[in-house]
Design a protein around this ligand. Structure first.
Ligand code: NAD
Length: 337
């Protein structure tokens, strides 16, 4: 019988591409995928994956762990809409924190060899870039707070129950299988959909805020190494490109790739001005290589995006909190196309 590896969030960008990568490079393992399909798509999951449609916060998670007795667990499932998280606070903690607590319980019970958890650069908040793993986290929104709480809880579980872990802080990962229909997250995908539907590419504020963008193709082997390398045990590691672009420059690069596009500047939202990381630790501990430049990575994603079926844009029908909501997210400003 094959040993198994559990991937949560397997229908999303990182999860589905990680599953593809393991199926291709390590067919001796059974890949077991869990996803509630709230933000990912069933067609992203290859047939070799044993798939469970399930919420990670659900009690039946225990049965999946008992049945498959995983060696490694990659916990990627989350709703990663950072800017929206203050307006869906309760949902954010349920999706990002409660679900992770449930996963930690099952990892301890099944004595997994290592849990790999994707935290986020959001934990750094308004720190001074480049953000280093040694910096004191100071998140400025519920999404970042949930991720930081998960990090702390994983460490405590390790101390008390002997759980081994590696925490990855990826940043702005993009590529094939990314959800481009969600109106609140994944700026590059949002711009692609806007372009395909004849709308201008929207930018919050003046576009001078800086971000680093990471091709998923460069992240997969390092994520595997996060589970399997001795040196990655109990380490927190930034993952992705350290080359920063202003949002406006990134939009110009995408315009060039798509061959068209207009920019529309919206009101400033509550967000960190500049966010880009150090990457030395990922090079030393995970053999990360920044091989794919933004223009090349976007060209690959755009060729894929153009082939996608037409789907409704995802918008929330109601928020938990309307007070302070930006004009561009009010229900009257959003359509499902
Ligand atoms: N992509 C990035 O730029 C980035 C950056 C930093 C951190 N991360 C983290 O990496 C992880 C994966 O990100 P991604 O870009 O692949 O996101 P994604 O939205 O493409 O994938 C997440 C998947 O999790 C599923 N999901 C959400 N809540 C669930 C739940 N409660 N139970 C089961 N499934 C659930 C969704 O349906 C989706 O398929 C997330 O934890 C995210 O916070 C991503």
């Amino acid at each position: 019988m094959k040993q198994s590896i559990i991937i949560t969030g397997v229908a999303g960008l990182i999860g589905s591409r990680m599953a593809d990568w393991i199926v291709k490079h390590y067919p001796e393992y059974e890949v077991v995928g869990i996803d509630d399909l709230s933000g990912g798509y069933r067609e992203n999951v290859v047939k070799q994956v044993t798939f469970y449609q399930m919420d990670c916060a659900d009690g039946s998670l225990k049965e999946v762990f008992e049945k498959h007795d995983p060696l490694y667990v990659f916990h990627f499932a989350a709703y990663a809409a950072e800017g929206l998280s203050p307006f869906i606070r309760k949902f954010n903690y349920q999706s990002n924190l409660i679900a992770t607590a449930n996963i930690i319980n099952e990892c301890i019970r099944s004595q997994v060899k290592r849990l790999v958890f994707t935290s986020s650069m959001a934990v750094y908040g308004r720190g001074t870039p480049p953000f280093d793993e040694e910096d004191q986290p100071a998140p400025i929104d519920p999404y970042g707070i949930a991720k930081y709480a998960c990090e702390l809880d994983i460490k405590v579980a390790a101390e008390q129950h002997g759980l081994d872990w590696c925490i990855i802080r990826p940043h702005n990962v993009y590529g094939i299988n990314q959800n481009i229909w969600d109106s609140y997250r994944n700026v590059l995908g949002i711009w692609m959909l806007q372009n395909m539907t004849g709308q201008p590419m929207t930018i919050f504020g003046d576009g001078s805020q800086k971000r680093a963008f990471s091709s998923i193709d460069d992240c997969l082997k390092p994520l595997w190494n996060a589970a399997t390398y001795d040196g990655a045990s109990k380490q927190i590691i930034n993952l992705g490109s350290a080359i920063e672009y202003s949002i406006k420059d990134a939009a110009e690069i995408l315009k060039e790739v798509m061959g068209s596009g207009e920019l529309l500047f919206l009101e400033q939202r509550h967000e960190v001005k500049d966010a880009h990381p150090t990457w030395q630790k990922s090079i030393e501990l995970l053999n990360f290589e920044d091989k794919t430049n933004l223009h090349t990575g976007l060209s690959i994603m755009w060729e894929w995006a153009k082939q996608l079926p037409k789907r409704d844009r995802f918008v929330w029908s109601s928020y938990e909190l309307e007070r302070g909501l930006y004009g561009f997210w009010k229900s009257t400003s959003l359509s499902r196309d």
